[in-house]
Design a protein around this ligand. Sequence first.
Ligand code: DSN
Length: 419
Amino acid sequence: MPDYRSILESNDPEVYAALVGEEARQRDGIELIPSENYTYPEVLALLGSVFTNKYSEGYPGKRYYGGQEYTDAIEEIARERARAVFRAEHANVQPLSGSAMNQAVYLGLLEPGDPILAMELSHGGHLTHGAPVSHMGRIFNFARYKTQPGDGAIDYDHVRDMALEHRPKLLLCGYSSYPRDLDYAAFKRIADEVGALTMADISHYGGLVAGNAMANPLDAGFDVITTTTHKSLRGPRGGLILCREEFAKAIDSSVFPGLQGGPHMNQVAATAVTLQHAASDAFASYSRAVLANAKALAASLLEHGATLVTGGTDNHMLVIDVIASYGLDGRAAQALLDGVGITTNKQVTPDDPLPPFRGSGVRIGTPAATTRGMGTQDMARIGAWIDRALRAGGDAKALAAAAQEVRAFCQAFPVPGLD
Ligand code: DSN
């Protein structure tokens, strides 16, 4: 095998320098963006494998091009493992990523203009859940429910009222910035009352569902779930659609030829390997550790006096209201944390008066740190560094000292695929 690193280093030093820089960044800092993770070495290898060379439009046994004996095998393995891990009747493993995955469901099960009820973006929903700036927000007639003031939780009576008013064809739940679990039975009851299909976008916590640390909406009778594969599931960038058999044909045709061309078979191969890990006892332990770490980090931040959206967490993420806690907007807080080697993302909070490029919050999560082997004791230290950085003001010396401590701390935690 040719040594791609030395080829890159001599032929394309600019790209090589960026690769080496990113490796160091990932090793020397604490990754707390809740949608990121460190994938498996085999996934990195398969993403860079010869499967990337192959076109495979269609599905196993029904492809448009020849030479599919190994791609068919790989896709069948991935589909079978996805069905088993998520207790689903049908799996589509081809979505190129999260947005395409959700679009394929809407376009496969509904007609343009149909009403959909989903969660408001600033209250924790996702862009693809009908935000007006998204194409889906223009194509379908979305109404969006909000969380309640006070504890910041979903008010199921409010969801029901909106469902009765808007009569959605699809009731969508799932979130990208909501630190609590969902009552799927309540969503299903509301959907049944208005005759809506049920869909849960579990992208953020798909790994925690796979590891049986969080509830599976399919067990509550949901029609469809979608999840990206690269967040808590620890796989390659991509998406999965899992549904009841009666929707299999509509979903498959919507993904291909409806929305996408050739699947990325290097990604499908990497997804297959990811799903084998996801079925293991080790992954179930990992999933529980992600949740325990999030609770420990929340406890540490609360002890330091931070205000958290909803007051804590039931899942892998938390949102610090940095305006209320530290008098900083999300952008400033994110920059201060970047400066000490802690990577987070600025985040709007419910009905945030600040624009998304500032935001009143910072969103943090524990999947990546847990993958590196950090535990609940470490979360207490991380909470203290976050608090120190956000209280340091312009004190460059204090920030430099915290940065040095973070870097030294990280050396004890190998990065899968790098170390
Ligand atoms: N960008 C992802 C997240 O961070 O939640 C969702 O698309």
